[in-house]
Design a protein around this ligand. Structure first.
Ligand SMILES: NC(=O)c1ccc[n+]([C@@H]2O[C@H](COP(=O)([O-])OP(=O)(O)OC[C@H]3O[C@@H](n4cnc5c(N)ncnc54)[C@H](O)[C@@H]3O)[C@@H](O)[C@H]2O)c1
Length: 291
């Protein structure tokens, strides 16, 4: 073994790490080859699928990848006018728009396959689409309560899981990156939107389970957990009388900008970030600190 370079010789056995679960039986690739995606490791244009990219953070994420020369598929339920916006505002060429509501599993399968076909496979998936609605437990009827749980967990958790299943089919032979957009609310709590907090906590756990499941395929899975970000989703709250109190949650006295989240997602999709698999990265301007 050539220890100096940290790279085992061809065919050499990988020693088990003491105290760690033995996943070696799940590693079909040679040790030096695992976790490596030929496209992620190169300067080639990557095929990137971003859900919820017609608005807010997703649009900023799409722009960030396009600016780096990647080809982006925008998947959203609201795609009116997006093809034109894409041509005018995204750098580069080869970007596409696919339409699907994440709660429609058949539509998701078709849209992801269409994106992969048009982009020539998939290297990066960003599960960004999500919804946030208020349903305080003491103020809504049982019926309304159940509606909010369905309409939140549907897209935020089950939709993301379904997109991921469909995308992994196109990634498992070539490796890649999956980045989930969660929320500070998973940790801080969402007293008026408990289904939202639960959906994002579920997304964190989902990402960590998949980090284990997909490492043998050279796919790293990580998560970002933003606090408030200046997007259409947050606009009504930031412009309401409580807006200043929201900005004061951070010692910077402001909320996040979409391109600050996009920069972190872009990093997590890079070749340098493969070892961040399983991480949940707080992006909240020190508005909520956890250890
Ligand atoms: N804005 C914030 O303060 C904030 C904070 C933390 C986390 N987040 C998360 O960031 C992500 C992006 O949020 P945003 O603020 O940019 O919101 P946004 O409302 O501006 O954009 C969300 C996008 O997702 C799409 N979408 C929603 N439901 C969908 C569905 N069922 N199928 C397909 N597309 C769907 C919408 O059409 C929209 O284009 C969400 O997951 C959100 O929960 C937002």
């Amino acid at each position: 073994m050539s220890e100096a370079h940290g790279k085992p010789e061809e065919g050499a056995e990988v020693p088990a790490v003491p105290g760690e679960a033995d996943h070696s039986g799940l590693l079909p690739r040679p040790a030096h080859d695992r976790n490596v995606s030929p496209v992620i490791e190169s300067a080639m244009s990557r095929a990137v699928l971003v859900t919820g990219a017609a608005s807010g953070m997703g649009w900023a994420i799409a722009k960030r990848f396009a600016a780096a020369g990647d080809r982006v598929a925008i998947l959203d339920k609201a795609t009116a006018g997006i093809a034109e916006k894409l041509k005018e505002e995204l750098d580069g060429t080869g970007h596409v728009v696919v339409q699907a509501d994440l709660v429609d599993s058949d539509a998701v399968l078709k849209a992801v396959d269409s994106a992969a076909e048009q982009l020539g496979g998939l290297d990066v998936l960003v599960n960004n689409a999500g919804v946030f609605t208020l349903h305080p437990i003491t103020e809504v009827s049982y019926e309304v309560w159940q509606q909010h749980w369905q309409s939140t967990l549907g897209p935020n958790l089950i939709g993301a899981a379904n997109v991921t299943w469909c995308a992994v089919r196109h990634m498992k032979e070539r490796g890649g990156r999956i980045i989930n957009v969660s929320s500070r609310g998973a940790f801080r709590g969402e007293p008026e939107a408990p289904a939202y907090g639960a959906s994002k906590a579920g997304l964190n756990a989902f990402g960590q389970s998949l980090a284990l499941a997909l490492a043998p395929h050279g796919i790293s899975v990580s998560t970002v957990a933003p606090g408030f970000v200046r997007t259409p989703m947050a606009k009504p709250y930031l412009e309401a009388p409580g807006g200043d109190a929201i900005r004061a949650q951070s010692p910077f006295g402001r909320v996040g900008e979409p391109d600050e989240i996009a920069a972190a997602v872009f990093y997590l999709a890079s070749d340098k970030a493969g070892w961040a698999s399983g991480a949940v990265l707080d992006l909240n301007g020190a508005s909520y600190l956890r250890t």
